[in-house]
Design a protein around this ligand. Structure first.
Ligand SMILES: O=C(CO)COP(=O)(O)O
Length: 127
């Protein structure tokens, strides 16, 4: 099953919820994982089930990065806040880097997220 991680910084959580609601039927075909608060919000505001990792500042990005390194992740939607410094910036950079290393598609904006989700859905349908 296609495994997808969903992550959003606080200012981007409304956009993530809107995305999850708009793409709920697509996302329901995926095995979903996410950072702590993002997962909790998505589960509260959709019927989706999301495996909850730690919150980002507590290591959630790192846990997801470990899955990328292990070859378990097919794609990531990471709606980052480009205007606010994050205390765990090194963890965020490490996640972006490990996705580059393993060629795992990672979308950081709404439009890119739609392309990635639609591409993953198409690949799953082809399999
Ligand atoms: O900080 C985050 C990603 O870097 C997101 O963490 P939360 O989903 O717990 O807010």
């Amino acid at each position: 099953m296609t495994r997808v991680a969903l992550i959003a910084h606080d200012d981007e959580k409304p956009e993530m919820i809107d995305l999850a609601q708009s793409y709920e039927s697509t996302l329901s075909e995926f095995d979903l994982v996410g950072t702590g608060t993002t997962s909790k919000r998505i589960m509260a505001e959709t019927d989706l089930t999301v495996e909850r990792k730690e919150s980002g500042p507590m290591g959630g990005d790192t846990q997801i990065g470990a899955e990328v390194a292990e070859g378990r992740m097919d794609g990531i939607v990471f709606l980052r806040d480009p205007l606010t410094a994050q205390p765990h910036e090194p963890d965020i950079s490490a996640l972006l880097r490990i996705c580059d290393v393993h060629d795992v598609p990672l979308a950081t904006t709404r439009t890119a997220a739609e392309y990635v989700l639609e591409g993953l859905a198409r690949d799953e349908a082809d399999d």
